[in-house]
Design a protein around this ligand. Sequence first.
Ligand code: PMP
Length: 436
Amino acid sequence: MGTECGGPPAKKSEKLFARAQESLVGGVNSPVRAFRQVGGTPRFLVRGKGSQVWDADGRRYVDFCMSWGALLLGHADPAVVQAVRSAAGKGTSFGAATEAEVRLAEEVKKRFPSVDLLRFVNSGTEATMSAVRLARGYTDRQKILTFEGEYHGHADSLLAKAGSGVAAAGLPGSAGVPPGAVEDTLVATYNDLASVEAQFRAHDGQVAAVLVEPVAGNMGVVPPDPGFLEGLRKLTQDAGALLIFDEVITGFRVAAGGAQERYGVRPDLTCLGKILGHGLPVAAYGGRRDVMERLAPLGPVYQAGTLAGNPIAMAAGLAALRRIRPPLYARLEKRGAQLESALRDAAQAAGVPVTVNRVGSMLGLFFRSGFVRNYGDARSMDAAAYGRLFWALLRRGVYFPPAPFETVFLSAAHIRPDLDKAAAALHDGFREVAHG
Ligand code: PMP
């Protein structure tokens, strides 16, 4: 566990957190924000601009969490802010069809050729939950196969052996999930095709879909081994099951067309979120026409939303996608490589064994040596050391995700001085970790 000792007091955050706990569960609206995995008081943030955020006590940090990956262009991107202002002035919600929904759908389709038709929803959770229902409705089968340590949102059926906050809390799943809700959820090992084959053999003809984060981003970052995604494609095809890519994190991040573009594997369905709304609550699921046409109002699978396709969220997504152009990915790659080197160099200089996994602007830091190819590997790291590093960095104005098993995110707004500041903080931070 980390400690705040040694830093100047964060009086306003402390006061706000005490007050928050009187009316919000744990003082937060999403568990990892409570800093339980790193200890100490969460910083209340008041403002963000580009790569920087400011807390209630007026301290500035270089942000490497970026709203958990939603902000590819950085905080308060002027085009996104302008689009939001303009859309809000015309009405905050209609619950009726608007042109902005059509335009954003067209922009998604341009980047994701596997998507013939899509549906907007409000969160990644809704996207994966609905894609699973659709896969079941389409195949008339029940079983869903997922991977230990991945996270697909908090739908009952997907909280079996999940990663992210669930992993950090050390919970096998969640209380309140009836056994019946997960009895059709099969769990295999990421990067282990034999474990997938074994599940297919044991449940022959019953698997509706394989749901996978093509780059795992909720057990730290774990890239797919060469051939893993291709193997999933073949196994699902042979078994008459659908392949669903949960690209809530990777969509628009690891390439304009997500992991499916980067690795050249075409799923049947895709879930998107985060960058799609660039900080506003929007997500989507889409894919093959014949599958999507099973969805109401065309087909018998029901899914709906009062605020789905919200005009402000659509405007934000459109403005963001217009600004996300190919040269941006080359820059993210370069900055990602710089941060990767900074992490390795600082750890090595301090004699702290680490493994750094990186896919473009997603980085995973594991306090252990050797390859990290699955959740078993990730879980064996020294999570307490992460907490110590987190606080050492925060005190030096560098905001990493406040929990191990999360992704360190870069944005297009991170510039060289941000990376230099992070490198210096990491150098000192790892020394603190080494000295306990
Ligand atoms: N899928 C993945 C891969 C995610 O990382 C997340 C959230 N981090 C979700 C789904 C759920 O998205 P949301 O938090 O918007 O419900």
